[in-house]
Design a protein around this ligand. Structure first.
Ligand code: NAP
Length: 305
């Protein structure tokens, strides 16, 4: 056991996966949960929490670890509510997809003597809610921590031990760099997927039934990403604005360059570009972050979950 009492605030995909993983590994003495709706609280009580409370303040009382698992835009109100009820010596972490905005929202509400260690598990699916979690979600996935200048080394080591015991590879990064990296590897790709699916939906010359019928040619992979939770992703773009706009600017320039190559029939440009991008895919497979199985590893992934 690494923590005596863990309080999970917000009980969706990430929190429920953490609870399943902590239970499977015997990592927490007691798992207490709070979510906004009575319906979610009832599911959590049935599936993965030892105790569920009616308020966030009650959930954190006496907890030695508090994990904020609500959408980024909800972090500030939750932090303000729980701040006065945090136990001295407790650690507070979060799982928000953006770090600078969460730190600005949460840190002012953390009292002296409580350790705030912001974090972000780089694992997820397009499903959300308390029924969508599973114990192996974090296996071999990166969990980035963005410690603050005064972060307590012992508290950081203990949290790292918990995350590693849930199967994650833990790394630390400074918050602005985290937000830029995520804009490249996650946020902008999501925006592009949302756009492509929106374009297909708007296009009247190709019917929706054709789009669905022939989707395995590439479109299907965009639709999986574009099915991600609207609240979570609205908050990501509102709070990681600068980094996303920076990367989108570069993306637009590259897109125009490719558009020009197509117009001019510049096959050499297109071939060289696609050869470079193919090498990135190989690197991801070699790093164990995806499988080389055909069909983008769907069969292999289904076995994993
Ligand atoms: P989720 O499945 O949609 O669950 C969100 C939970 O937060 C729900 O239990 C919801 O309660 C609760 N909640 C929402 N607004 C609230 C509020 N104002 N006050 C109190 N509770 C509130 O979300 P998730 O996918 O677990 O994401 C949670 C966090 O993890 C987000 O910050 C997200 O950025 C981050 N994250 C997500 C992924 C991913 O791929 N999904 C990956 C890494 C990090 P109700 O059910 O009662 O509405």
């Amino acid at each position: 056991m690494i923590y005596q009492r863990v309080a999970l605030i917000g009980l969706g995909l990430i929190a429920s996966s953490m609870a399943h993983a902590m239970r499977a590994g015997g990592l927490a003495g007691e798992i207490v949960g709070y979510a906004r709706s009575a319906e979610t609280r009832a599911v959590a009580r049935e599936l993965f929490c030892d105790r569920v409370t009616e308020t966030a303040a009650e959930a954190v009382a006496g907890a030695d670890l508090v994990v904020l698992c609500v959408p980024v835009g909800a972090m500030e109100a939750i932090a303000a509510e729980i701040g006065p009820h945090l136990a001295p010596g407790a650690t507070v972490t979060d799982v928000g997809s953006v770090k600078q905005a969460v730190i600005a929202a949460v840190a002012p509400h953390i009292p002296a003597g409580v350790h705030f260690i912001p974090g972000h598990p780089m694992a997820g699916t397009e499903y959300s809610g308390p029924r969508s979690g599973f114990a192996t979600l974090f296996q071999n996935r990166w969990w980035l921590l963005t410690p603050l200048p005064d972060t307590d080394a012992a508290a950081l080591e203990r949290l790292t031990r918990l995350l590693a015991a849930m199967g994650a590879n833990v790394d630390t990064m400074d918050p602005p760099h985290h937000d830029l990296v995520l804009a490249v590897v996650s946020h902008t790709p999501h925006l592009i997927a949302y756009t492509m699916v929106g374009v297909a939906d708007d296009l009247r010359r190709v019917s929706n039934s054709e789009v669905i019928k022939y989707s395995a040619t590439g479109f299907r992979d965009f639709t999986r990403i574009a099915a991600s939770d609207p609240t979570m992703w609205r908050d990501v773009f509102l709070t990681n604005k600068d980094a996303v706009l920076d990367i989108l600017g570069r993306f637009t320039e590259e897109l125009f360059a490719l558009q020009r190559a197509i117009r001019l029939g510049d096959g050499d440009h297109l071939h060289a570009y696609f050869t470079r991008t193919r090498a990135i895919r190989r690197g991801i497979i070699e790093a164990g972050q995806d499988t080389a199985a055909p069909d983008f590893g769907r069969a292999a992934d289904a076995k994993r979950t």
